[in-house]
Write a protein that binds this ligand. Structure first.
Ligand code: FBP
Length: 557
């Protein structure tokens, strides 16, 4: 019996390619860009009117080429497949011209500002093909937005003789890319800036971006873990598991995980906001399910909680907006306030209602909401222990019901947080191929000087051969939002659409999941085997494209 390590075998996996990327490409200017919001047009006078472009086979027209020098950086949180985007860029550059050079900026946009770059040669790239993580060059969350920063970027770009820079990142990082592209054009600098849509959160999607890379793999890892917990739960029948899942604001990861595993309950933040539910309402609804199951002899279950839930409870959401304003106006004075008095100081600047909400939260949660933001102004929801908060409030509610003679059960709660476990997993076949195609598309755009574009690949529910690479002007995705109390151009985070097909499917089935045992156990990601298992993407994407969530087994064998 021979033995080969999966990671070794995986290193030689050949990502599947869209047909058009099998050959040299030329641009096909297909659609005129929609007229952007006039505030965006005013802020982006040089890049707001670009057309959407797709790629076509260059055929005999393929011209003799000269080498290209490209820089790449990874920005924000890790997402499976980032290394394959870089491998796609590298291979496309070398096919374009063997003397082309790829530099990787070390530790994200911060490294770009410091000019810390290393050449990525075949030896480096080959070590990272089809691997998870961002460790090839690292990442950070530095925000690029000032003229001084852009000048610094151009200084390093000129030193390295870069023709193009590829920014692999989420909504905030691609906003940075749009700002940088606009700046370059405004000073007549030829540096071409291209973005790629990354984030496990799945919230960088719109009419042009069907899904961000990393979501597919990450959610499959979480679904495996949740499935394992469900099987354990159903075996011992003695625990209630409360599982917080990463995903920042949007609940896409929780919703998809629920579709894959059919837990007892899944909370979707966007619905909480739409229905104006309070934490008390949520806790009472959960208590109803627990009491009902207990009466029927089922003192066990699994509850999925999205990481960003707290931000969507309307009172807390209003509080966060007020805190952002208070911090924007008074942040510079905070160092003068004694550490133990900071929350009191901030509370004194809030309205009575907001102060009451702040003080109703456990002190640790209040501090997180009041003080901790990432460089883009986002509340750092992964650090808030929402699952423990819910278990505490639920315990109080169940004790109340017990004292009123309404509940006799004895639920034993366990909490979990699945976040970082999924972000660096070995990419699924879908993400491995999707990311590689994104990298190849980024170079196809860069060699044509398409600056201010996002490389996208569409038609993703079909086999990779039929995928459609395109370049979408980043300004098409921009809108104005208040961040840290100031209006800024941003790519809006796409939240779960509670009128959309994935949520509707969940809504139509959740009663049955809550009342009985509908658990599914998806098992680990499969890299080899039948394509219907190994290459399939998420139920969310299938439902969004009006496909059944799964095929009948007879249709496959
Ligand atoms: P991005 O938005 O940068 O892709 O990051 C995703 C994410 O994993 C969120 O789900 C999570 O809230 C956050 O990063 C955690 O950030 P950090 O890595 O800084 O702890």
């Amino acid at each position: 019996m021979t033995y080969i390590r999966l990671d070794k075998l995986r290193a030689i996996y050949k990502p599947q390619l869209p047909e058009v990327l099998e050959h040299p490409t030329k641009l096909d200017v297909s659609t005129n860009a929609a007229t952007p919001d006039e505030r965006i047009a005013a802020l982006f006078p040089h890049t707001a009117q670009l057309p959407v472009v797709s790629l076509a086979e260059a055929g005999a027209e393929a011209e003799a080429t000269s080498p290209l020098t490209v820089g790449v950086l990874l920005s924000g949180g890790q997402a499976p497949g980032g290394h394959n985007v870089i491998a796609g860029i590298f291979d496309a550059l070398k096919m374009h011209h063997p003397a082309s050079i790829l530099y990787g900026f070390i530790m994200g946009p911060g490294g770009l500002l410091r000019g810390e770059a290393r050449e990525l040669t075949a030896d480096v790239i080959n070590c990272y093909r089809n691997t998870g993580g961002f460790d090839m060059i690292g990442s950070d969350r530095t925000k690029l937005e000032t003229k001084e920063q852009f000048e610094q970027v151009l200084l390093h770009a000129h030193r390295l003789a870069l023709d193009a820079l590829v920014v692999i990142g989420g909504d905030d990082s691609n906003t940075n890319a749009a700002l940088l592209a606009e700046y370059c054009r405004s000073v007549n600098d030829p540096l071409c800036v291209v973005g790629c849509p990354k984030t496990i959160d799945g919230d960088l999607k719109n009419g042009w971006v069907e899904t961000s890379f990393g979501f597919d793999t990450c959610v499959k890892v979480y679904a495996e873990l949740v499935g394992n917990i469900q099987r354990d739960c159903y075996s011992s029948k003695k625990y209630w598991h409360f599982v917080k899942l990463m995903g920042r604001s949007a609940s896409h990861l929780t919703l998809e995980c629920a579709l894959m595993t059919q837990p007892t309950v899944a909370i979707i933040s966007e619905e909480v906001a739409a229905r104006g539910l309070t934490l008390g309402d949520l806790v009472r609804q959960l208590a109803d399910v627990i009491v009902d199951r207990s009466r029927r002899g089922m003192d066990f279950g699994v509850v999925l909680i999205p990481e960003g839930l707290i931000e969507f409870v309307p009172k807390v959401r209003r509080l966060i907006a007020s805190l952002n304003r208070v911090l924007a106006e008074n942040g510079h004075k905070l160092h003068l306030v004694k550490e133990s008095q900071i929350i009191n100081y901030i509370a004194s600047k809030l309205s009575d209602e907001d102060e009451e909400t702040l003080r109703s939260l456990p002190e640790e949660v209040a501090r997180q909401l009041a003080l901790e933001r990432d460089p883009h102004g986002n509340v750092q929801v992964s650090r808030i222990e929402t699952e423990s908060l819910i278990v505490t409030l639920l315990g109080q509610e169940l004790e109340k019901r017990r004292s009123q003679g309404e509940f006799e059960g004895n639920p034993s709660p366990l909490t979990h947080f699945f976040g970082y476990e999924g972000r660096c997993s070995m990419p699924s076949n879908f993400d491995a191929s999707y990311c590689y195609a994104l990298g190849r598309t980024a170079v196809a755009l860069a060699k044509e000087g398409c600056s201010g574009y996002m490389a996208t690949v569409g038609n993703l529910v079909h086999p990779p051969k039929e995928w459609i690479p395109r370049g979408i002007p980043l300004t098409e995705m921009l809108t104005i939002e208040e961040r840290n109390g100031v209006d800024k151009p941003v790519i809006a985070k796409a939240l779960v659409d509670i009128e959309g097909a994935p949520f509707r499917y969940f809504r139509d089935h959740r009663k049955e999941w809550a009342e009985g045992i509908a658990f599914r156990y998806p098992g680990p990601i499969q890299y080899f085997g039948p394509s219907a298992v190994c290459d399939a993407t998420t139920i969310t994407l299938r439902l969004e494209h009006a496909l059944e969530p799964e095929e009948d087994i007879e249709t496959i064998w």
